[in-house]
Design a protein around this ligand. Structure first.
Ligand code: SF4
Ligand code: SF3
Length: 495
């Protein structure tokens, strides 16, 4: 099987589509199986015949970028769904506007599904969210639907994603407490250790419980960094700190490291021979040859960490600060409002979203560095690794850089923006607030749709615009929302 068509992420080949193999490392057979799985989920959504919410979400999660590279596990998922697959090439071959809107909808619900899955595993009711996902998947297979029918559904996807994010915010804070500002060490202590990557806090808690008293320390990686802010997770003394930097550095940073790695969600890169024997996956993540943990018994990961033994001496590192979720930021709302009124704070920048390997992403570092001393940078998701090791100083008694959490915590940024608008009795678009969003994978697509649903205008999107946005759909986004591609850091500073 050598035919594939995938344009779902920002690094798609030539800015158009991966058609022979994925820039992410995904092979053509894997891409074809992900299409078959998606098609089977579409068929199941159309026939209304009792596909469980859990399988719907788990299946969609397996199609996200940098999650599942394993044909065997995708085959098993397709068999579990047990439906004849709707042929996605009828979408890819449609006229460009239909293809664009159907793709936006499909990728949007992939993002929604990922957020809902995290709530589901914490025991929260995702039935309403799943019912929208089924409706959206059904729409992808409507042969005669065009702009008139699809555009409202695309916008509605933003609304449902807001619900999914709000539910996840509730699930996380009820399960682990309200995040508190926390300084996180980047040093690695001597002795055996496990590094946990991805977004799933539930998996992290299970691992912390299972490693308690074992002599194995636990470190976060990538999007797991904000876990340190939660009282219910930081109470584990062996949750020591954060390992490494941006996800796209993993092939360099993991090489030869004497610890075990556990991926709970994206972003997994194809592992190199120098460390593949110590990488484990769970939930929707899978890669051929890696040990997959089903059933959440992490004994093999713990055994591997003990076998490798860790470092004999402390590996030095600096610190990161995290834990400025909406709870912590809004606890300072009075001081922030006063600082804006007195002129001590003149502008807020929301610089957040995904990271990635492209050179153009240095834009986000440069922009953050250029922000003036009387401004606050709100950030979230893994794009922050472009600048979270920089000391931006303080303003009005607060750090200038406030890490609000994972992409999963985007609801917090929305809440803060709404609270500021209320305090100043204006709309969000009237606030001195710039949205500069870096995107890479499908969760960022769903967040963009949420920001549009909320009527937020003049979002800067980068490092490039999605390949699946047709000229007409782009015109709609520009005319109605002022969405634009990032230009230069200097040029975008006050826009
Ligand atoms: Fe290409 Fe991105 Fe699809 Fe991977 S996920 S095949 S890099 S478009
Ligand atoms: Fe990052 Fe992969 Fe999107 Fe959660 S971890 S934001 S890219």
């Amino acid at each position: 099987m050598d035919k594939m068509f995938c344009m779902q992420c920002e690094q798609t080949a030539g800015g158009v589509a991966c058609t022979r193999s994925g820039v992410c490392g995904k092979g053509a057979s894997t891409a074809a199986l992900q299409d078959t799985l998606t098609g089977a989920l579409i068929s199941a959504s159309r026939d209304g015949g009792g596909l469980s919410d859990e399988l719907l979400l788990r299946g969609l999660f397996a199609t996200l970028t940098n999650v599942n590279f394993d044909d065997g596990s995708l085959d098993a998922l397709i068999a579990e769904v047990g439906r004849e697959s709707y042929d996605l090439y009828t979408v890819w071959d449609a006229d460009e506007d239909t293809r664009s809107l159907k793709t936006l909808l499909l990728l949007g619900v992939r993002g929604v599904a990922a957020y809902a899955y995290h709530s589901f595993v914490l025991g929260y009711d995702v039935a309403e969210i799943c019912s929208f996902i089924r409706k959206a998947l059904s729409a992808v297979a409507e042969p005669d639907w065009g702009l008139k029918e699809l555009l409202p559904l695309v916008m509605d996807c933003g609304r449902v994603n807001l619900d999914a994010l709000a539910l996840l915010d509730k699930a996380n804070t009820e399960s682990f407490g309200t995040p508190e500002p926390t300084v996180v060490s980047r040093a690695v202590e001597p002795g055996p250790f496990i590094v946990v990557s991805g977004h799933d806090l539930h998996d992290l808690r299970l691992l912390l419980e299972q490693t308690e008293g074992s002599g194995v320390n636990v470190y976060t990686h990538g999007e797991m960094l904000p876990a340190h802010g939660y009282p219910g997770l930081r109470k584990f003394a062996h949750l020591k700190g954060n390992f490494g930097g941006a996800w796209q550095e993993q092939q360099k940073e993991f090489d030869g490291v004497p610890g075990a790695f556990l991926f709970t969600t994206n972003c997994l890169m194809p592992p190199k021979a120098g460390y593949a024997d110590r990488v484990f996956t769970t939930a929707s993540v899978a890669y051929p040859g890696l040990w997959h943990i089903d059933g959440k018994d992490f004994k093999p990961v713990i055994a591997k960490a003990l076998e490798l033994g860790g470092y004999s001496e402390t590996q030095p590192g600096g610190t990161f600060t995290t834990g400025f979720g909406h709870g912590a930021v809004l606890a300072n709302a009075g001081a922030i409002v006063e600082a804006v009124k007195s002129g001590a704070i003149k502008r807020f920048y929301l610089i957040g979203g995904c990271d990635g390997a492209k050179e153009g992403r240095s834009y986000f570092t440069e922009l953050a560095k250029l922000t003036p001393a009387d401004s606050v940078i709100l950030t979230l998701a893994c794009g922050k690794y472009r600048f979270n090791d920089i000391d931006f100083g303080t303003v009005a008694g607060l750090p200038r850089l406030l890490d609000m959490g994972q992409c999963n915590d985007a609801y917090g940024a929305v809440k803060v923006a709404m609270a500021l608008a209320e305090a100043f009795e204006c709309g969000v678009n009237e606030l001195p607030l710039s949205f500069v969003i870096s995107w890479y994978e499908q969760k960022a697509v769903s967040i963009l749709l949420t920001l549009l649903y909320l009527g937020i205008k003049n979002i800067k999107l980068g490092p490039s615009l999605p390949a699946f946005v047709s000229p007409n759909v782009l015109k709609y986004l520009v005319d109605n929302f002022g969405v634009s591609a990032v230009s230069t850091p200097e040029g975008d500073l006050y826009k």
